[in-house]
Every structure is written in structure tokens, then in C-alpha cells.
Write a protein that binds this ligand. Structure first.
Ligand code: MTE
Ligand code: MO
Length: 490
């Protein structure tokens, strides 16, 4: 007991939480770059018009004479930069969302300790005189001299630390949240406040740049100023036991490095394990925060994007080709499984049902977005006709498209998502019949979810009690094959 009490007293807990921060922020940085690589362009407009990006990390130019999809735009980033690198968006996202939970928890503990133990006065400036003092300090740094030590920080340090903790970190959380389709659907004004979805993404990236620059300068100064003293201060809270503190500090850095190597390798070797294991922490949080949100989007017509990027290539089967030639006269929507009343609806019958129309923002998991008007039939109206049995819990949407030879594209949503007013089977886009590339004759729209859930070229809806017996059991083609999480609210 005494040993633990002593050990507890030895550590400067504010300093330790700052060290834990290093682990998660570095995981966030690398996994963030992985996510960026899935659509390596940054914009200020939500339509992501070709050529309108303000920054890009790719030399690829998409052809104008033939169909290209968003998947073609991905860029493989090196594993030295991205976690895990080489175009593995699913893995990057799992590490990002896993780390964010613990980064925020650790940040909350850090800020709590800062105020509880009284350290906040070191960080938060209380007088405007800090600004002229900071300019003077910058002047000293500019002459490659070290300014006199502050109490304990000099004005530039104080401003930088306060800026990172109380401005940049909250901004990263705010812009990260704005990229969630569930939050954007429920609070469209919030996203507009940040200048739109792509503006939030761009600001999120600039925040990453700020954190990188800060980290480089901060670490450099900690090392060149007086490394042993700084280490003992961070770890122990006092200028004592310098040797031990340096050993613990370097040991900590080595552990962080080892964890990065391990995370990279396990993501490449056993993505299913990472998907399942990190999912244990991620999915309940994501579900409890986002699953209940309902889409309340009503964008104005003027917001409709000039071009809507395409993902997924149209079905190649002769049967589907024939249907396109006859205006889908022979197409039928089959509704079956755990229902009292199985249906076979023609496009005409679907069009004769009550129609709904919505102008909404589409978020592809890769990072691009677009606004379009969708017109179709509420999935609830179809369910009302087919009358699900009491044990039905999920809807399986199957496509005419084979995502790869002999593998049907499918996605699963639960009855709660299916019951939302803006969950529709759309047969029109921007007032015209759905084009083949966008999913003719009809495609799913679930406006609180990422694009991959919205099956195009819909063939059937099956009601099931469980989805684990389908495909690889993860709840959809992209979850099965690209290791995405089943909760697509962010
Ligand atoms: N059948 C099928 N549906 C699909 C896909 C696909 O590959 N096959 N891609 C999904 C993804 S990832 C996105 S972002 C949207 C894109 O819709 P759009 O091509 O109309 O923009 O469709 C979704 N529906
Ligand atoms: Mo997507």
C-alpha cells in the first residue's frame, strides 16, 4: 500500500496525462492521414467540384470521357506517415475513433487536474500584457537565443500551450463532429456555422498542421533547453531525480513507438481482428451518441451540387442491361423474409405510392460530399404494406450489382433507421429519373448515415432477425470487405 502511495506521489499526474496525450494524438495524426488519403483533396465547397480544391495530395486527374468513381481517386500513403498506410480507410478509421475516445477522456482528466491542482494559472494568461511580452520573446527566439525562464513558462510558451489546449483541441473536436453525417443531418445549421462540411474538413486538416508544428517546436525546445530538468518537471513535477525521469521519459517514447509499429502491422496482417477488437470500444459509444439522431435536412434548391461524384460501378449482368433498355418495365422490388405479406412491386407501383422529396447532404466515407434532391417512397410505407413479423430486426438491401465477381453488394440497416422519415427508396434525383450511375431504377437514402449504406440498383429487401449469417457477418459488403464499422453515423 505504502509503495503504491509513494509511487502515486512520485508522478506529476498533469505531466503524465500530457504523456498519454502524446500516444493518442500521434495515433490520431497518422490515422487522420490515412483518412485523408481516401480522398486526398481539400475544398471549401460541399459539392467538391472538380478542380475546386484548394489543396491536393495527388497528381491523379480524373478522365472526362469515361466513368470514374471516387475509389479511383484514393492515394496510397506510406506507412511511415499513415496508419496503417497503403489505402486502408477502414483500419485508419478504427484507430482514429478508438484513439479519439481515449484522447478526449485523457484531455478531460488533464483539464480537471489543471483546475483542481491549480496549475491553470501557468497556462491561461490573465493579463493582456502577455501579447507585447510574447512579441519580445519571439524577438529573442528570432536571434536564436533562449529567453529567460518564465514562471514557469515564458509568454510565448504560455500562449502556445493555452492555444493548443483551449482553442485548437476544442476546434478539432468541433470540426470532427461536423463531419458526422448523423450530426450534420440532425443539426444542419451547426455544419453551416463552420462554413459547411468540406470547410469543417479543411479546418480539421489545418488543425492537424498546427498540432504538428507545435509538436516539432515544443519537443525541440524541451530537448535543447535543458532536457533532464524538463523531463523531471514533466514526470516528477519538480527539479529532482533527473536521471530516473529521463529514463522514464525515454522509455515512454519507446513504448509509444513500439505501439505504433504494432498497430501498423496488426492492421495490415489481421484487419478483421482490429475491426472486432477496437469495435468493442467504438461501436457502443458511436451508437449511443449518434444512432438516435434523426435527419432534419431541408437544403435550399440553390445548394444542389453541380456535379455529384459517383462511387461503385453499374451492374454488368445481361439481365440488368436488358432492364435499362426497357425502362425497367420488368424490374421488381422484392420484399420478403420475416414479413406477413411478401411484395413484388413494379416501378409503376412504387411511383403510385405516397412520394417524399428531400434535399440533403451526402457524405461518402472517403471524405467527399454533395447535395442533391431525392424523391421516392419512404421505407416505412413499404414496411407498412409488408408487415414485418415480431422477430424482424434488420432490413437487408441487396443490389443488382456484383461488387466483385459473384459477390452481391448488400447493406443492413435496423428497423429504427428504416423508420426515419428521410429514409427512402429514391427513384428520382434532382427531379429526373435516377441515372444508371446513381443507382437506377432506385436506390436507398438513409440520411444520417455514410454513403456506403445507401445501396444503389436495389433488387430486394429482406427482413431478418440477425445479419451475422450473411456474407462475412459484419452487416454489409463494405463492412465485410473493407472492414468499415457497422455504425455509419460518423
Ligand atoms: N450497389 C452499390 N451501392 C452503392 C455503392 C456500391 O459500390 N454499390 N457505393 C456506395 C457508396 S460508397 C456511396 S458514397 C454511394 C455513392 O452514391 P452515388 O454514386 O450516387 O454518388 O453509393 C453507395 N451505394
Ligand atoms: Mo462512399
Amino acid at each position: 500500500m505504502r509503495f503504491f502511495a509513494q509511487a502515486f506521489g512520485f508522478f506529476n499526474w498533469v505531466g503524465i496525462s500530457h504523456f498519454i496525450n502524446l500516444l493518442f494524438i500521434s495515433l490520431l495524426m497518422r490515422s487522420g492521414l490515412e483518412i485523408l488519403s481516401a480522398h486526398p483533396r481539400l475544398y471549401w465547397n460541399d459539392g467538391c467540384d472538380a478542380g475546386s480544391e484548394w489543396l491536393k495530395f495527388t497528381r491523379k486527374v480524373m478522365p472526362t470521357d469515361r466513368l470514374w468513381t471516387a475509389a479511383d481517386e484514393q492515394e496510397p500513403f506510406s506507412s511511415w506517415l499513415a496508419l496503417p498506410g497503403h489505402m486502408n480507410l477502414g483500419m485508419g478509421r478504427h484507430w482514429h475513433f478508438f484513439s479519439i475516445i481515449f484522447w478526449i477522456l485523457n484531455g478531460v482528466i488533464y483539464v480537471f487536474l489543471l483546475f483542481a491542482i491549480g496549475g491553470w494559472r501557468r497556462l491561461i494568461p490573465t493579463s493582456l500584457s502577455i501579447f507585447p511580452a510574447a512579441i519580445h520573446t519571439v524577438w529573442i527566439y528570432a536571434h536564436l537565443h533562449l529567453p529567460p525562464p518564465g514562471h514557469p513558462y515564458n509568454p510565448v510558451q504560455q500562449l502556445a500551450y493555452a492555444g493548443i489546449v483551449f482553442v485548437i483541441a476544442p476546434l478539432m473536436i468541433a470540426t470532427g463532429a461536423a463531419m458526422s453525417p448523423a450530426i450534420a443531418a440532425r443539426f444542419p445549421r451547426y455544419v453551416r456555422m463552420l462554413g459547411g462540411r468540406q470547410s469543417a474538413r479543411s479546418i480539421h486538416f489545418l488543425g492537424l498542421v498546427a498540432i504538428c508544428l507545435f509538436t516539432i517546436v515544443h519537443v525541440t525546445l524541451v530537448v535543447i533547453e535543458d532536457f533532464p530538468a524538463n523531463m523531471s518537471y514533466i514526470i516528477h513535477g519538480r527539479h529532482a531525480l533527473e536521471g530516473l525521469s529521463v529514463a522514464i521519459g525515454i522509455g515512454g517514447l519507446v513504448v509509444v513507438a513500439i505501439l505504433h509499429v504494432w498497430a501498423t502491422q496488426v492492421s495490415i496482417r489481421d484487419p478483421r481482428w482490429v475491426q472486432r477488437t477496437l469495435g468493442i470500444a467504438i461501436e457502443p459509444v458511436r451508437r449511443s451518441l449518434l444512432h438516435r439522431l434523426r435527419s432534419r435536412q431541408a437544403y435550399p434548391r440553390s445548394a444542389i451540387s453541380a456535379y455529384f461524384i459517383i462511387n461503385g460501378r453499374p451492374p454488368e449482368s445481361a439481365e440488368y442491361q436488358r432492364m435499362t433498355q426497357t425502362n425497367f418495365e420488368n424490374w421488381r422490388l422484392e420484399v420478403g423474409g420475416l414479413v406477413e405479406n411478401p411484395l413484388r412491386l413494379s416501378l409503376g407501383e412504387l411511383r403510385a405510392m405516397r412520394s417524399c422529396s428531400q434535399i440533403t447532404l451526402h457524405h461518402c466515407i472517403q471524405g467527399w460530399s454533395g447535395v442533391a434532391q431525392w424523391t421516392g417512397v419512404a421505407v416505412t410505407d413499404i414496411l407498412a404494406r409488408s408487415r414485418p413479423l415480431a422477430n424482424a430486426r434488420y432490413l437487408v438491401f441487396r443490389s443488382w450489382q456484383e461488387a466483385e465477381p459473384a459477390v452481391t453488394y448488400y447493406e443492413v440497416i435496423d428497423l429504427a433507421l428504416a423508420s426515419h422519415a428521410q429514409t427512402i427508396l429514391a427513384y428520382e434525383m434532382n427531379g429526373a429519373p435516377l441515372q444508371v450511375a446513381h443507382g437506377a431504377p432506385c436506390r436507398l437514402r438513409v440520411e444520417t448515415q455514410l454513403g456506403f449504406k445507401m445501396v444503389k440498383w436495389v433488387r430486394s429487401i429482406e427482413l431478418v432477425e440477425d445479419y451475422r449469417q450473411l456474407g462475412a457477418g459484419q452487416g454489409g459488403y463494405r463492412e465485410d470487405v473493407q472492414f468499415y464499422g457497422p455504425e455509419a453515423g460518423i
